[in-house]
Ligand binder design. Sequence first.
Ligand code: ZN
Length: 163
Amino acid sequence: MKWLWNLIRGWGVSVTVDLPSGYVNTEVRMSLSRIQCRHTLNIARLILRADELGWAIKVCGWNRTLAEQKENVATGKSNTMNSPHLELRATDLVLFTREGVAICEGEAFRPLGEYWESLGKECRWGGRFHDPVAFKVKTGRDFDPEKDLGWDSDHFETSKEAA
Ligand SMILES: [Zn+2]
């Protein structure tokens, strides 16, 4: 029956199962389809938040093919083949002023990153991504999330693990 269960989960179909009392099924998680829908809704919220803050936003990366990800790794734009962009649950944004000037400083994304994180524990902001060891070697101190910025501040993703 496991194959049938996996098939149903893959379709994103919601099923109700009566479990014996006291039984906790820790294996059941939100399907990928539902995570993708939640991600899309939260990106909409993020775009509206950017508008409130006086920014315009362009989506510059959402879904990626395997070939595109291989190219990104080969050219150093990404360091993983395990990218959430391959599963339609990560989005890269470009910020603009209302006059259409692109904002290149990663720090400008911080209010949006903090808003993104406030939407749920599954919402991960790339501005927090860092290598603690490399950071300490470079700066002589620990990463401070209040004032330091990770390497991917324009990246907003929805984690599968926390959903
Ligand atoms: Zn990204």
